[in-house]
Design a protein around this ligand. Structure first.
Ligand code: F6R
Length: 607
């Protein structure tokens, strides 16, 4: 979602601000802007659409100044047009905002009654007026900000620049991330460490309610109550190279191909191959006493939760509830003491998932989080952090984070079973063996990239596509449909294959391709029967299976995609590859913006 960068520097900052925005493009946005403080003026430049619009605007109307802020906006309140683009400004103050000010209407009414006029439809503009009003009344910037922040309800990360104080910026965070970067004679604000990667590796992560004043050589951080606080400065480890495409055409493609490596990297933290044991990070609660698991997540991470439910129930015989984070709190879930609440998130910042985590903490649940960004809010707030080691995921469509989540969840479910006395050493060794096979099987699946690219033209013209799977492959059908929808804009649905005849089969005709995920194994015959019901009605099937499955059932299919023969435990990891590649190649064939699909944001930090 919205990206923020701010620099208090020693020379003109506009070019570096735009560079910072470029590094945050992956977050998703629909307009962009910058504002510098220079020579007693605030110089604001904004443009709708991609960054090239802002670059052209700056070429025509350069903005000098060694202090400035910049923003990529993902529209929430008000259309993605220039007047709604950030920064919002008065003569005295300009600011950029990530999040939502929930009480903006009442604040706007108050400000209007005070004679102030608004030029945008955004919730953000009230903040700039509230601060500006106090400054116009003679307050110093810090006093004005200290007075206004407690009046804001909702979520925000803010970066604020002041006309009459061109050597400082103020940043604030509540609910949306913001980091402080420490440079050589320069200081920075950013939505994440990656945004600041070429500028500095020295990062302090603001905590909830913190706000900060930065000058060229200092950062003064205060908490919600205005007390000065210290936040550790850490080496971020983020490098500019992490957000480069290398030889790939798209980040999504690069990230699909990274999966064998990052899954192996993730498994290294959860398995002890020599001893054939599953090994989790130090757990300071008794996992064997957990009698119920609640898993909460959104989107692709939710589909990882669906797969995990099969594993937890099958191995550890523990009942599992799963829920979309956006629904979870509002259905008043019954959470009994002694339950484990598990949150799955690539970013660790998804607003709904984070709110659900906090709700579960209030309800006395033990909190575990499977998270890819180790410095994220969820990572910091969990009792048990189970990191995925996928590295930065830049493509908006999640790929490598998903397979790494599955790797962690498979290990966790086995560990759970061992602790409950439901998995003996021999069975544990089997699980370890199969998980260790996953990277090689992912590589073998990737070998079919060219075949999949060659058949993308069969899917690209379709208006609707169905995906079918059974058991732990059913969530993969949902994931395949989500991938196709989000990057190729083709309407797609995933169904449990046995559900077809209960309604969706009415959709079948020869214009609706049906992608069937059917690894040979215990559920193969049943899935193939459902596939044949589709074919009997003129449905055009793409069968994704192994050589044995294809030999048995591939004959009348429009196309087949061959996967290596895999153990059912790792089938969801391996079968993720063909659905990702299929969506990718269809999107490329259609010429859509693969890495930044329309309307989508990478990290959804508003509810
Ligand atoms: C789909 C996708 C989204 C995310 C969802 C949750 O490709 O990327 O559906 O999975 O927004 O995000 P995280 O995992 O960051 O909580």
């Amino acid at each position: 979602m919205c990206g923020i960068i701010g620099i208090v520097g020693q020379r003109d900052v506009a070019a570096r601000l735009v560079d910072g925005l470029r590094r945050m493009e992956y977050r998703g946005y629909d307009s962009a802007g910058i504002c510098t403080a220079h020579d007693g003026q605030l110089l604001r430049r904004r443009a709708e659409g991609k960054l090239v619009g802002l670059v052209n605007e700056l070429a025509q109307n350069p903005a000098s100044g060694s202090t400035g802020i910049a923003h990529t906006r993902w529209a929430t309140h008000g259309a993605p047009v220039e007047k709604n683009a950030h920064p919002h400004a008065t003569e005295h103050v300009a600011l950029v905002h990530n999040g939502i000010i929930e009480n903006f209407k009442e604040l706007r009414d108050e400000l209007r009654a005070d004679g102030r006029t608004f030029e945008s439809e955004t919730d953000t503009e009230v903040v700039v007026h509230l601060i500006s009003r106090r400054i116009e009344q003679g307050l110093a910037p810090e006093d004005a900000v200290a007075e206004v922040l407690p009046r804001l309800r909702g979520a925000f990360a803010l970066a604020i620049v002041f006309r009459d104080h061109p050597d400082m910026l103020i940043g604030a965070r509540l609910g949306s991330p913001l980091v402080v970067g420490y440079g050589e004679g320069e200081m920075y604000l950013g939505s994440d460490a990656l945004a600041l990667a070429p500028l500095t590796q020295q990062i302090a992560y603001l905590e909830e309610g913190d706000w900060v004043t930065i000058t060229r050589d200092s950062a003064t951080i205060r908490d919600l109550d205005g007390n000065t606080v210290e936040r550790a400065v850490q080496e971020s480890g983020a490098t500019a190279a992490m957000i480069e495409k290398g030889n790939y055409n798209h980040f999504m493609q690069k990230e699909i191909f990274e999966q064998p490596t990052v899954v192996a990297q993730t498994l290294r933290s959860y398995l002890r191959p020599g001893e054939q044991r599953v090994a989790l990070p130090q757990i300071d609660f008794d996992i064997s006493s957990i009698d119920r698991v609640t898993i909460v997540a959104c989107g692709t991470s939710y589909y990882a939760a669906m797969v995990a439910k099969y594993w937890f129930e099958q191995f550890a015989r523990v009942p599992v509830d799963i829920d979309f984070a956006s629904e979870f709190r509002y259905r008043e879930p019954v959470l009994t003491k002694g339950g484990l609440a598990l949150f799955i998130s690539q970013s660790g910042e998804t607003a709904d998932t984070l709110a659900a985590l906090r709700h579960c903490r209030e309800q006395g649940q033990v909190i575990a989080a499977v998270v890819n960004v180790p410095t994220s809010s969820m990572a910091r707030e969990a009792d048990l952090l189970l990191p995925t080691h996928a590295g930065p995921e830049i493509g908006v469509a999640s790929t490598k984070a998903f397979t790494c989540q599955l790797a962690v969840l498979a290990a966790l479910s086995a560990h759970f079973a061992v602790k409950k006395g439901l998995m003996d050493r021999e069975e544990e060794a089997e699980v370890v063996k199969h998980l260790l096979e996953a990277p090689a099987c992912l590589n073998a699946a990737l070998d079919h990239d060219e075949d999949i690219a060659a058949m993308a033209h069969l899917i690209a013209p379709a208006r609707d596509v169905l995906y079918l799977g059974r058991g732990a492959d059913f969530p993969l059908a949902l994931e395949g449909a989500l991938k196709l929808k989000e990057i190729s804009y083709i309407h797609a649905e995933g169904y449990a294959s046995g559900e077809m005849k209960h309604g969706p089969i009415a959709l079948i005709d020869d214009s609706v391709p049906v992608i069937v995920l059917a690894p040979s194994g215990p559920l193969f015959d049943k899935t193939v029967s459902n596939m044949q019901e589709v074919q009997a009605r003129g449905g055009k099937v793409v069968l994704i299976s192994d050589a044995k499955g294809i030999a048995q059932a591939g004959e009348d299919c429009m196309a087949v995609i061959e996967m290596p023969k895999v153990h059912p435990l790792i089938a969801p990891l391996v079968y993720a590859v063909p659905v990702q590649l299929l969506a990718y190649h269809v999107a490329v064939a259609k010429g859509t913006d693969v890495d930044q699909p329309r309307n989508l944001a990478k990290s959804v930090t508003v509810e």
